[in-house]
Ligand binder design. Structure first.
Ligand code: HEC
Length: 105
C-alpha cells in the first residue's frame, strides 16, 4: 500500500512537470515562432499542418531541434537560428519544437 502511494505521488509529479514543459513550449512558440509558424509566413511549416510536419517529424526530433537551434535552409525558406531570438535558452527552443510537433500529431 505504501509503495502504491509513492508510485502515485511520483506519477502526479511527473504529470505536473510534463504539463509545465508543454505550457512553456506553447508560450515560447507564441512569443518567438508564431510570426512564421503560426501563419506559414516565409515558407515556414504552419503549426498543426500535418502534411507539412509529417516528413519533418520523420527526420527525428533531434534533427528538428538541431535545425531550430542552429538554423536551417530548406526548399521552402530559411529557418533562422532560434527563430532569430538569440536570447532564448536551448531548453526553451526545444520545448517550442516539442509543442509544434505535438500539434501535428
Ligand atoms: C522568420 C521566420 C521564422 C521564425 C520566427 C521561426 N521559424 Fe522555424 N522555420 C522557418 C522556415 C521558413 C522553415 C522551413 C525551412 C525549409 O524547410 O525550407 C522553418 C522550419 C522549422 C523547423 C523544421 C526544420 C526541419 O528540419 O524540417 C523547426 C523544427 C522550426 N522551424 C522550429 C522553430 C522554432 C522552435 C521557432 C521559434 C523559437 C521558429 N522555428 C521560428 C521560419 C521561421
Amino acid at each position: 500500500m505504501k509503495n502504491l502511494m509513492i508510485a502515485t505521488a511520483a506519477t502526479v509529479a511527473l504529470m505536473a512537470s510534463v504539463t509545465t514543459a508543454q505550457a512553456d513550449g506553447q508560450k515560447t512558440f507564441q512569443a518567438a515562432c508564431f510570426a512564421c509558424h503560426g501563419t506559414g509566413a516565409a515558407g515556414a511549416p504552419k503549426v498543426g499542418d500535418k502534411a507539412a510536419w509529417g516528413p519533418r517529424i520523420a527526420k527525428g526530433i533531434a534533427t528538428l531541434e538541431k535545425h531550430a537551434l542552429h538554423g536551417f535552409k530548406g526548399d521552402k525558406g530559411v529557418m533562422p537560428a532560434k527563430g532569430g531570438r538569440a536570447d532564448l535558452s536551448d531548453a526553451d527552443v526545444k520545448a517550442a519544437v516539442a509543442y509544434m510537433v505535438s500539434q501535428a500529431k
